[in-house]
Structures are given as structure tokens and as C-alpha cells.
Ligand binder design. Structure first.
Ligand code: ADP
Ligand code: MG
Length: 753
């Protein structure tokens, strides 16, 4: 791969040099002629002359946006067009690169979804890049949460569609519920161009998006919560080293059984029901910590999006866990509704014939991108050399000593006027630090759970003279930090002081997330500094190094400088990276089968929607009934048959998902020595799915024979077969990988594996 990689790189560099030399020749052409040239070069859906085409794009960018692409940007465009994930550092101008590549795909007749991590960035980038796309007579639009169905339909018909990954996924789910093709909002897309590709394709790939409908919700867990509330750690339950699992001890089980007045929790009667609820309540009590994993605001539990450290408005945990946390906090248990359909981001990406992407930290995700998506990484050089200085970690024996040192360091840096950006791991930590700084007379901007636009402003100001910004996860925030802020005259002053100083309050579970944070300093050849603090009590050290003991002699302040300890911290991080990859692969295997099954359902659905197959099948199964309907107009009876078939197909699929969810939760209890859990899970999934299709048809035939069908169609509601009158969407945050922070990973991983 190394050889292939460098061959590709050399070739792209040569093409880009060639492109640069051709730009002048295009100067004499007017806009229309430049656009026409692009059309000629892309006629037939292939790139006739890549160098000439890049020159055309550069000229168009210059004229429409006032930005002349740097050679490295043109090179990145080429790699994207070939379907790679490009690594380009923060601030190198990936927005322009993505738009040029998207325009290229668009000119070749392919519809592109430029996938962003949030609404704000989708809208910002679409507006910013609009002149470039429109220069060529192509159309561009952004999908945002507030658009209604008709507005979405119009937007999705554009050549280049910017959209946040969750909205695009929700639209896929909603389009899977329609019974007439004209109701669909999405138009087929050929290419997904993913910004912050490692966040979307790796960190959040396993997060399911959920579509739910109004039907009876979850039952109360009140009594179990009360019992579990009084259990004590070590006596009644134990927590494993990496704080990802909690186990009931024998004494704990006995106590729960006594309090609930039941026999053994492990009896068949309780194992899939009471025991599951007890485990959920125990997870909620022991592993999910208020202000780290969630906030309580306005009488509601608000999840903290672990990878971005902010409130995740539309996220819920799986229903049982959400209810357990709500019960623990003494809140009203919210209705879960009936889950109609779910899709993971991974499965969402598989719907695109071609995927490419861009991020500042792709290299560290090379294995995952290849293993899970068969994607290659191309590293793009910086436009200007990196002048950031990365200091060696400062390692302390205890967290208290570390925290003291962090405050001292910030105070010292701040005294020089250098802007400081501090990356913390959770909301609680960011607030504690801001308070400590306030006591020292430093008024820090705290960035954790705000809306995206406000957040973008705070991030943009983080490079101002004398500014201290305390943030939770910086990954995927997508806003540029300019030295001196918007005021360009300040740039030189701040650069003189050393540029932006980035401080990490502990290492993340992956080096990639460390680098995301570091990458905020030293953009576009600016000076900058990065420095991470570590204590031997940090989660990444205790869980990555569990079982290993190290000893070292700290100095008076608790600082340990031994090289051996530096290496040990690196080792611990590699262990936690390995653990995450393992969990990822496991979860991936579980998801894969359902993803394959959903493709079969999609195909079946599409046939039922677009052909008269529903009517043909039902009339074959029930010729007498078909004869009774002979007088009806063909379109009417075909639509009636379609409504009936789709209703049962969708319902069976939703039931299948629910069954498989239960199986997943209890698979460790079911798979007794005989088989591995994953094999057992597969066996059940295949068996259930086989019966699903047949059952859906049988039920449709029964409905076809009994339901009233007249000129108004099939009266399904009369038979209690109405579709939900309201639906809503959310993301389930049961993904242990969603977190990059030290503590965020704990808690919910194992239950759903
Ligand atoms: P990234 O997404 O790679 O972190 P952005 O796309 O947000 O970077 O761009 C960072 C900054 O660089 C923006 O202010 C943008 O206007 C500027 N920029 C990008 N490309 C160019 C260019 N070719 N010439 C001048 N400025 C550029
Ligand atoms: Mg960006």
C-alpha cells in the first residue's frame, strides 16, 4: 500500500504542477467560456484532462470566491475525486477542497452529498461555496433540521447537497415509511463526501439513528430503581477496572430478590425481564454520572454527546436505559414510543456507491477506514510548514498535583497575553477548571453545551489576544481559529507572542483525538504550542495499564520526568486504542447482518412501491377477493394492495428489530458454552428474518381478504392497522466509541454488545 500510495502522490503532484502552469491561459476566457470548458472536460462522466480541469476549478474559485487554491488543495481535490480519504490539517482549507471535488463530481453527472457533523456547518458551507458551484450552472442546497418535507425534496434534487449526517439518515428512515413514491424526499445520490471523516466513519459509525412512532411506551421501572438505589459498591456490586461493566455480587442478587419478593433472578422467568431491568438500573446508578454523561435540565435528562462534549438534543439512550436514568433522577419517565426503524451511520454510508472524505486526522484511523470501508488514506502536505511546538507530556503522580500544575501553566501563559485553548474531557471538568481560573482572576470562556452557532463564535474568538477558552471535546467542531480573531491586524501581534497555546488536561483514549486538539494550534504556518498533562490516576492510564505497576520518583511538585514513564503513558494509550478497536469490530459484526437484511427489505420495498407487484401477489394468493374488486380502477386497487403489503412489511421489520435488540441484550446469557455469542446471534437473526418475509405476506393476504377496499382505497385504520400519526427521530447513544474522553467511554458499552 505504501508504494501505491507514493505512486499516486507523485502522479497527483505532477498533475497539479501542470495545472498551475495552465491557469494563465484561461485568464482570457470569460466566465461562461470557463464553465463551458469544464463541461467539455467532464462530458461522458469521466475526467478527460485532470490538469486542465484543476486549472479550470482554480480559475472559477478565484473569480467566484476570491480564493486561489493552493497547490496542496488542488492535489487534495484530485485524491477525493479518486475516492480516498484525505488527511489535511486543520485550517488548511478543506471546505474549499470539498466544494471543488463536489463540483467535479457534479459536472460528471453524479449527485453528491457533502456530509457534515452538524446543521450549522451544512448551512455555512453551502452558502459559502454556493458561488463556486453555481459558477458552473450546477445547483447547491443545504439540508437543515428546520426544513419541511417539500423544502427537503427541493434541496435533495440539487446537484450538490450539504447536509448533517443525522438529518440525511433520518430522511432515509422516513423515506422507508412512505407508501407512494412521490412522497419520498430524497433523490438517489452517487457520492458521499464526508467532512470530519474520522468522526463520522469511525467514532460515530455505530450510533443508530432511530425513527419512532406514537404507540404505547415503556413500563415503569420505579420499584427496581428504589431497590437498586440502596445497593453498595463492593458489597452488592463490583465495577470493573475500565469502568465499563458493573456486576451484581451474590449478596447483591440476594438483596434484590428479597426486596422484590421473587425467587432467583437467574431463573428463566426473570432472566430476560427483571434481571435486564436490574442491570439497567445498576448501570444508571453506578456508571452513568450526572454532569459527565448527562445533564438534568428543565426536568429532563439531556445526554452529553461524548465526542463533542455538548448536549445532544436529539439523543436518547436505548429506552430501557433512558427510563432507568430518568427514574434514578426522580423524573417522569418519558414515553419511548414504538421504534419503527433504525439505521447506523455505517449502514447509511453503505448506501452510497462511492464514499470519500477529509479530516485532519485520517492517518490514525487508517486501519479502521480500510477494514470497515475499504477506503485509502492520502496524506496531503501542508501549504506552509508546521511551526507548532509539541511539548513532551507533563506527567504527575496524582490528579490533584496535575490539576494544580494545569492552573499554574495557564496563569503563566495568560500573563504573556498568548491565547490559551484548553481541552477538557467533560462538562464537569471544564466547569471546575473555569472556577479554579476565576479564583486566579482569569475569566475563561467555557465552551461545552451551547448551540452550534454560538459555539462557532466562541471557537472563532479563541485566538484573540489574552483569551482563555476552556472547551470539552474539540473534535468535529469544524470552526477555524484565527490568531487575533477576525481582526487581521492583530494576527502579527499574537503570532509574535507564540500563537495559540493548546493544553490538553489528559490524554484521550486515542492518539487521534489528542491530535485533533493539538491541530488547533499552528494553522497555516502560524506559530503555536501544544502541551498535554497526564496523571497516573487518569482513566487512560489506569485502564490501559491495569495490572501493571510502575514506580518513579516525582519531584516536589509531583512531576515525573523519567523517560520510562513517558513511554508507559504511550503504551497505556495504545492499549486503550486496541480495546476500542476490538469493541468496534465486535459491534460491527453484530450490525453487519442486520445491515444486509435491511438492504433486502429496501429492495423489496422499492419493488412494491414502483411496480404493481403487491396487487399481483395478493390477487394470486386470493383470486376470489381479487375478482370482487374487478370493478375498481387499476391504480386504486394497486395502491390499496401496496398499502396493505407495505404496512405489514414495515411492521414485521420493526418487530424484527425489536426482537433482535432483545436478543442482543441477553445474548451473553443465552449463548451457553456451545456457541460463541455472535454465532448464536447470527443463527437467530437468519431464522427470524426468513420467517419475517413469509409472515408479512400471510398477514397481508389476511388483511386483503377482510379489509374494506373501495374507490378511496384500503380502509386500514378501520382494522386497527393505521400507521403512526406522528413520528420523531433521535440518535441512540449506546456506542462506547462515541466518546473520545477518558470517562465518557465507561458505562454503557457492554450491555449492548
Ligand atoms: P479546515 O476545514 O481545513 O480546517 P477551512 O475550510 O475552515 O479549514 O478554512 C480555513 C481558512 O482558510 C478559512 O478562513 C478560509 O477562508 C481560508 N482559506 C482556505 N483556502 C484558502 C486559499 N486558497 N486562500 C486563502 N485562504 C484560504
Ligand atoms: Mg473544516
Amino acid at each position: 500500500m505504501g508504494a501505491r500510495q507514493s505512486r499516486n502522490q507523485k502522479r497527483s503532484v505532477a498533475i497539479v504542477d501542470d495545472a498551475t502552469s495552465r491557469i494563465d491561459a484561461l485568464a482570457s476566457l470569460d466566465d461562461a467560456a470557463v464553465a463551458a470548458r469544464a463541461r467539455t472536460l467532464t462530458a461522458g462522466g469521466e475526467l478527460a484532462d485532470p490538469a486542465e480541469f484543476l486549472a479550470v476549478l482554480a480559475v472559477a474559485s478565484q473569480r467566484s470566491l476570491g480564493l486561489t487554491p493552493f497547490p496542496v488543495q488542488s492535489q487534495a481535490v484530485l485524491r477525493l475525486l479518486e475516492g480516498d480519504v484525505i488527511q489535511m490539517a486543520t485550517g488548511e482549507g478543506k471546505t474549499l477542497v470539498g466544494a471543488m471535488a463536489a463540483t467535479g463530481f457534479g459536472l460528471m453527472g453524479r449527485r453528491v452529498h457533502v456530509i457534515t457533523v452538524n446543521d450549522y456547518l451544512a448551512a455555512r458551507d453551502a452558502e459559502w461555496m454556493r458561488p463556486l458551484v453555481e459558477f458552473f450552472g450546477l445547483t447547491v442546497a443545504a439540508i437543515t433540521e428546520k426544513l419541511d418535507a417539500q423544502q427537503r425534496r427541493v434541496a435533495y434534487a440539487s446537484d450538490v447537497v450539504y447536509g448533517p449526517v443525522n438529518e440525511i439518515g433520518f430522511d432515509v428512515l422516513r423515506d422507508q415509511q412512505i407508501t407512494r413514491r412521490a412522497d419520498a424526499v430524497q433523490a438517489p445520490a452517487d457520492v458521499a463526501l464526508v467532512d470530519e471523516a474520522d468522526s463520522v466513519l469511525v467514532d460515530e459509525a455505530l450510533v443508530p439513528l432511530v425513527l419512532a412512532g406514537n404507540q404505547p411506551g415503556v413500563e415503569s421501572t420505579g420499584q427496581i430503581t428504589d431497590v437498586v438505589r440502596h445497593l453498595r459498591e463492593r458489597e452488592h456490586y463490583t465495577i470493573d477496572d475500565d469502568r465499563r461493566n458493573v456486576f451484581l455480587t451474590d449478596a447483591g442478587a440476594t438483596r434484590v430478590e428479597g426486596a422484590l419478593g421473587i425467587g432467583s433472578l437467574y431463573d428463566d422467568e426473570h432472566i430476560g425481564t427483571t434481571l435486564v431491568k436490574v442491570n439497567l438500573a445498576l448501570h444508571a446508578k453506578a456508571l452513568l454520572i450526572r454532569d459527565i454523561h448527562y445533564l438534568v435540565a428543565d426536568g429532563k435528562v439531556a445526554l452529553i454527546d461524548a465526542s463533542r462534549g455538548r448536549v445532544a438534543d436529539l439523543q436518547r439512550w436505548p429506552d430501557g436505559l433512558q427510563a432507568a436514568v430518568e427514574a434514578k433522577e426522580g423524573l417522569d419517565v418519558t414515553e419511548g414510543g414504538k421504534i419503527l426503524d433504525t439505521i447506523t451511520l455505517q449502514a447509511l454510508m453503505r448506501r452510497y456507491p462511492k464514499v470519500c472524505g477529509m479530516t485532519g486526522t485520517a492517518v490514525e484511523a487508517t486501519d479502521q477506514l480500510r477494514q470497515f470501508y475499504d477506503l485509502h488514506v492520502s496524506v496531503i502536505d501542508r501549504h506552509r510548514e508546521l511551526r507548532r511546538f509539541d511539548e513532551a507530556d507533563r506527567i504527575y503522580a496524582t490528579a490533584a498535583e496535575k490539576n494544580r500544575a494545569i492552573v499554574e501553566e495557564i496563569v503563566a501563559l495568560h500573563a504573556t497575553g498568548q491565547p490559551v485553548l484548553v481541552g477538557t474531557h467533560d462538562v464537569a471538568e471544564s466547569e471546575a477548571l473555569a472556577e479554579a481560573l476565576a479564583e486566579r482572576g482569569i475569566d475563561a470562556n467555557v465552551l461545552n453545551a451551547k448551540n452550534d452557532a454560538e459555539e462557532a463564535r466562541i471557537v472563532a474568538e479563541a485566538g484573540d489576544l489574552g483569551r482563555v477558552t476552556v472547551s470539552t471535546q474539540m473534535a468535529g467542531r469544524g470552526t477555524d481559529i484565527k490568531l487575533g480573531g477576525a481582526d487581521e491586524t492583530e494576527h502579527a501581534n499574537v503570532a509574535e507572542l507564540g500563537g495559540l497555546a493548546v493544553i490538553g488536561t489528559s490524554r484521550h483514549r486515542t492518539a487521534r483525538l489528542d491530535n485533533q486538539l493539538r491541530g488547533r494550534a499552528g494553522r497555516q504556518g502560524d506559530p503555536g504550542l501544544s502541551l498535554f498533562f497526564v496523571s497516573l490516576e487518569d482513566d487512560v492510564v489506569t485502564s490501559g495499564g491495569s495490572g501493571e505497576s510502575v514506580s518513579a520518583q516525582p519531584d516536589d511538585s509531583g512531576l515525573i520526568t523519567a523517560k520510562r514513564i513517558q513511554d508507559f503513558v504511550g503504551h497505556c494509550q495504545r492499549v486503550t486504542e486496541g480495546q476500542l478497536l476490538e469493541i468496534h469490530s465486535q459491534t460491527w459484526k453484530y450490525n453487519q447482518l442486520l445491515a444486509d437484511q435491511r438492504i433486502i427489505i429496501d429492495e423489496r420495498r422499492a419493488r412494491l412501491l414502483d411496480t404493481a407487484q403487491a396487487w399481483e401477489e395478493l390477487s394470486r394468493r386470493s383470486p376470489e377477493r381479487a375478482a370482487e374488486l374487478a370493478d375498481l380502477d387499476h391504480p386504486v386497487r394497486e395502491q390499496a394492495a401496496r398499502d396493505i403489503m407495505l404496512f405489514h412489511l414495515d411492521q414485521e421489520w420493526a418487530d424484527h428489530l425489536a426482537v433482535m435488540d432483545d436478543v442482543r441484550e441477553s445474548i451473553h446469557l443465552r449463548a451457553i458454552a456451545r456457541e460463541t455469542p455472535i454465532d448464536e446471534y447470527h443463527r437467530i437473526a437468519v431464522r427470524e428474518f426468513k420467517e419475517l418475509a413469509q409472515r408479512a405476506v400471510d398477514k397481508a393476504v389476511a388483511t386483503f381478504e377482510t379489509v374494506t377496499i373501495d374507490a378511496d382505497g384500503a380502509h386500514l385504520a378501520d382494522e386497527g392497522l393505521a400507521r403512526p400519526s406522528a413520528t420523531w427521530t433521535y440518535m441512540v447513544s449506546d456506542n462506547p466509541l462515541a466518546g473520545g474522553g477518558n470517562s465518557v467511554v465507561s458505562g454503557i458499552g457492554n450491555l449492548f454488545r
